[in-house]
Design a protein around this ligand. Structure first.
Ligand SMILES: *Cc1c(COP(=O)(O)O)cnc(C)c1O
Length: 382
């Protein structure tokens, strides 16, 4: 008989050596979804504000604690439509530390993004640096609740009120996040969500705009439907941003599983924090005093006290089939479409530049198992 002793932690875990990615979409049991498909096949209502679309809007308003929501086919079209709805022109102040779609939406709307540096702890736009970036052309601020941690919404609103600016939150990371007893999505003029497959709540592809009142929602609903207000009246150069019945029905099924999803994410977050607590040079982003978190990401900062660079650790994990992601590296301001913008100079963005060089997002999703988290922590620790 041949007894083979494991040579390393990695070998011990050989049976689980399926690649681990930074996220894995949550899917409910397929059988729960099939009755919805049958209804769609029977009704032949595939899109254009069908029954599931209406049901999902109502269910999301209730779940999120907001008054009005307009569903979209994805978050990027929702961002662009939000800018169109408020007729945003000229310059818009935003963060370089985000997914590219934040600034892309500004460029698609013909706006000039003006990048402002971030806070070192929350990694959100630094309100104390916004005023210096305001010019006569500035019309709006587009902050991001990065990793689902709420921005300093009061400070941002005070500046917006003083200078008569609009605020559109890219809240694509902030599904379900609550602060001061209310949804974080009620702040600013509009907030935009993404329901992409990689997000905490997904409809395969999807997105939404949280609207403050029924009139704004009606206007946004018209814009996402080519600008139609009735059968023969078109009032604006609208877009097709509608969510289909399949995606809406899927969202209704997903919503029933959110409690489990958020609970698992919280457990994984806690497991990483304790597993990495004694690793020299690894800094977990502190949790803000937010009431309800969604743990949409688990970012760590690989500091100079760590025996390897961030990219070496990224590669070491990759060699072990663990695929973290360097969100957000490079900064949006470093991409070619932002070259030539004076606000994109790294000298203007020291905190964001530093964060982008150190950050690594570790895998976090409901199906991630505790022995996998242990293995990830062991690899980082040793
Ligand atoms: C995902 C994401 C978007 C884009 O959403 P899509 O639904 O993929 O178009 C925009 N901004 C941020 C911060 C995101 O994370």
């Amino acid at each position: 008989m041949n007894i083979i002793f494991p040579q390393s932690v990695e070998e011990l875990n050989m049976p689980d050596q399926k690649p681990i990615f930074v996220t894995q979409p949550y899917l409910p049991p397929l059988d729960d979804f099939l009755p919805y498909l049958r209804k769609i096949w029977d009704s032949k209502m595939l899109t254009n504000n069908g029954p599931f679309h209406q049901q999902l809007e109502n269910a999301l308003c209730k779940y999120l604690g907001v008054e009005h929501i307009a569903l979209f086919s994805n978050g990027t079209l929702a961002l662009i439509t939000a800018l169109k709805a408020l007729r945003i022109t000229g310059e818009v102040i935003t963060t370089p530390y985000s997914f590219v779609a934040t600034a892309h939406s500004l460029l698609w709307n013909g706006n000039k993004p003006v990048f402002v540096d971030i806070e070192p702890e929350t990694l959100n736009i630094d309100p104390t640096k916004i005023e210096a970036a305001i010019t006569p052309q500035t019309t709006a601020i587009m902050p991001v609740h990065c990793y689902g941690n709420p921005c300093n919404v009061e400070a941002i609103q005070t500046i917006a009120d003083n200078y008569n600016l609009r605020v559109i939150y890219d809240a694509c990371h902030a599904f379900g996040v609550k602060d001061d007893g209310a949804s974080v999505l009620i702040h600013g003029d509009l907030s935009v969500l993404s329901f992409h497959a990689t997000k905490v709540f997904n409809t395969f592809e999807g997105g939404a705009i949280i609207c403050p009142d029924a009139k704004t929602k009606r206007h946004i609903d018209n814009l996402k439907n080519f600008g139609f207000v009735d059968e023969i009246t078109v009032v604006a150069p609208g877009i097709n941003g509608k969510m289909s019945e399949i995606n809406a029905a899927f969202g209704l099924v997903q919503l029933e599983h959110m409690e489990h999803v958020l609970q698992r994410r919280a457990e994984i977050d806690a497991a990483y924090r304790s597993g990495l607590a004694n690793v020299n040079g690894i800094h977990c982003i502190p949790q803000t005093a937010t009431e309800v978190r969604n743990h949409s990401y688990f970012p760590i900062m690989v500091t100079s006290d760590y025996p390897a660079t961030r990219d070496e650790l990224y590669q070491k994990l990759k060699d072990n089939d663990i695929n973290g992601r360097r969100y957000f590296y490079p900064l949006i301001s470093e991409f070619p479409m932002c070259r030539g913008l004076s606000s994109a100079d790294t000298g203007n963005l020291p905190v964001a530049t530093d964060a982008a060089s150190k950050v690594l997002c570790l895998p976090i999703y409901p199906a991630l198992e505790s022995h996998q988290i242990d293995r990830i922590c062991q690899i980082i620790g040793g």
